[in-house]
Design a protein around this ligand. Sequence first.
Ligand code: GDG
Length: 458
Amino acid sequence: MSRLIVISNRVAVPKKGASANQGGLAVALQSALREHGGLWFGWSGETCETFDGTIHRAEGDGVNTATIDLEEQDIDEYYNGFANRTLWPLFHYRIDLTEFERDFEGGYQRVNDRFADTVMPLVEEPDLVWVHDYHLIPLGQKLRRRGMRNRIGFFLHTPWPPTRLLTALPSHRKLVDSLFAYDVVGFHTEDWLDSFQHYVTSMMGGTVDGDIVSAGGRTIRAIVAPIGIDTAEFEAAARSDEANFARDRMYMSATGRSLMVGVDRLDYSKGLRERFLGYDRFLASHPDRRGLTSFLQIAPPSREKVDTYQEIRADLDALSGRINGEYADIDWTPIRYVNRGYPREELAGIYRAAHIALVTPLRDGMNLVAKEYVAAQDPNDPGVLVLSVFAGAAAQMREAVLVNPYSAEEMADAIVTALAMPREERIRRWQALIDGVRREDVFWWCRLFLDTLEDASE
Ligand code: GDG
């Protein structure tokens, strides 16, 4: 079996027995690394005065990691710049929030060069190399230019935008060209793959034949590989003492009301504003139901150095305050809006206590919260998943109550439907959902991608 080299912006350093505090992706990649041997390479999250290529090596729980520090300017231009002010909004269809600055692109290319230079000597001839996400699109090409002949795969965790949006990026062609240095490119859904194929055929004169995509004399395999969660682990987490304790706290605070929950990084792509407005509409149009529901939104802040993230935070502070001011009573708060994270087990208990999960992003590559919510439910009395049609997860999770998050009325209707849903129907839908979440878990996803990469011709 070939060794595996995982490369991503950040590296999750494994600690023994701490898997419950890590995301499913980290758990899956660590288990693939344990199986294959090899290492996980990325940015340490630390700053250095002058970049000198120093590599910090570590080993934890059978996984080797190698990280580098970056300069302040690198972080500004690459991470807070091109990755999170240009590509992230553009890939989430938010051209209105997309910033186009040549310096950002310069920093992006420079950091990808730094990654290529430092990881190159760590890779051996037969290793499989797996690059992750929009931060590192050009890395494969940079490795090829340095002579790497290994099989290299790339997985995009975000949506791939429609051609007519992507072409707003001045360097769109260069970006897509660089993807052709990989052997395998993976997306979460057919939709994202379709958009990619459309760009290749309409803008590059390329061809598509099944999963073989060719352009400019290069041929790659472009596949759909929907990510899952570590379902078994999450089901167990939802039954832990910590989860039971969190669930009981939820029940006690609810005093018999129906609980709704949302859990999202504080990000404009997650549709939090529209979700609050949907709940507002529900309260406005159902006066008889006021006081009978309680909505908990957990939203730990992210990317705080980027202005749009500061703006969304201020916007949601105001909106939740306005809704509470309008509808709250001496013994009832309609929205509990919490800007901090909870340990994974507590989160599982919170999901389990909630009668409804509102997972309503405006655009999302996949969305793992939808899958975690399903995995945490009590099989005898499961809650209802309200899921945006614009989440990649909606392609797999057809038995959820699907909504258009832009419509406050549809969101309000979905809440009414979910609140009224009879137990038999909840069980039937949940059973279909959990079957999928169990079958297509994160280990299945990892195998699907790596098997395809292993089969790719060298
Ligand atoms: C990107 C893509 C794609 C959140 N709050 C807490 C907490 N979380 C955890 C959730 C979940 C994860 O963070 C979020 O995953 P998502 O998939 O929802 O979203 P992104 O962070 O945007 O991830 C996305 C994913 O990559 C994988 O490919 O699905 O579309 O955007 O696991 O549980 N975890 C804890 N406390 C919190 O308060 N412990």
